[in-house]
Design a protein around this ligand. Structure first.
Ligand SMILES: C[S@@+](CC[C@H](N)C(=O)[O-])C[C@H]1O[C@@H](n2cnc3c(N)ncnc32)[C@H](O)[C@@H]1O
Length: 246
């Protein structure tokens, strides 16, 4: 068996795009399985940290199937504007279907829009949003710093920019278990639920190239953000960074 290799930088965007188009339909189920359902609680926490204003405008970068964008839109008394951006038409199609189904059964006041675009060159004016989140997306970009710079640019001064992504386990006892689950079990879950072992081998491999939380804090600051903080979630397997746009 040949060892899995991450794509070279100049092929990464295409590779990532094709992969997410391919797995879009079964993404939610697999995501629940891999995170043992915990991604929902992390997303609630991220939204709480965003301190949403009832009529604000918020951006979900790398929105995927739009679950986090929908959660924002469903905040009590919220009738502002939510934009979910992603470069995968396959993932956005699932997001739109989620919105249609939700609007059938509940009163959703928020104005939602789904934008096909690149997180590294956001198609929005400076200072347009009151806050922005990127959840399990940053790791997939070719130029992570460009993604952070763009979020800092489109969010109004003082508005929150939040990144939720993989961290580094903080408990020695848990560390080998985490790596075993991530490196060995996750690809098998991908194979079982999506018949796509490759996409779910990319996931643990992409973690290895992703900056540790301290380095990411520096990158937030390099994007001009202030009051940068981060906190470990799920014994460090996930990290949430928060900064204020300049
Ligand atoms: C792991 S999924 C995360 C989806 C969702 N935010 C969540 O938390 O479940 C990563 C998403 O990032 C998108 N993505 C990756 N690189 C991107 C880029 N350069 N611009 C826009 N979207 C991108 C993929 O298409 C995919 O939908």
């Amino acid at each position: 068996m040949t060892a899995y290799k991450l794509p070279p930088t100049d092929e990464k965007a295409d590779y990532v795009l094709q992969q997410f188009n391919r797995i879009a339909k079964g993404y939610d189920l697999t995501n629940d399985a891999i995170s043992l359902g915990m991604h929902r609680a992390w997303k609630h926490k991220a939204i709480k940290s965003l301190a949403i204003k009832p009529q604000g405008k918020y951006l979900d970068v790398c929105t995927g199937t739009g679950d986090l964008a929908m959660l924002m839109a469903k905040q009590p008394n919220f009738n502002g504007e939510i934009t979910g951006l992603d470069f995968s038409p396959g993932m956005l199609a699932v997001a739109k279907e989620r919105e249609n189904q939700t609007r059938k059964t509940s009163t959703l006041l928020a104005n939602l829009s789904w934008v096909e675009g690149n997180a590294e060159t956001l198609p929005f004016a400076d200072n347009y949003f009151d806050g922005a989140i990127i959840s399990f997306g940053l790791r997939n970009l070719v130029d992570l710093q460009a993604g952070l710079n763009e979020m800092a640019r489109v969010v109004k001064p003082g508005g929150k920019v939040i990144n939720l992504d993989l961290g580094q386990p903080t408990t020695p006892l848990f560390t080998p278990l985490f790596f075993f689950f991530f490196d060995r079990i996750v690809p098998l879950i991908g194979l079982a639920l999506q018949q796509d072992k490759q996409a779910y081998t990319y996931l643990p491999e992409s973690r290895k190239k992703y900056p540790p939380p301290e380095k990411l804090t520096q990158m937030f600051k390099q994007a001009g953000m202030t009051d940068v903080q981060w906190q470990p979630l799920a014994i460090g397997s996930v990290a949430m960074h928060i900064g204020s746009a300049p």
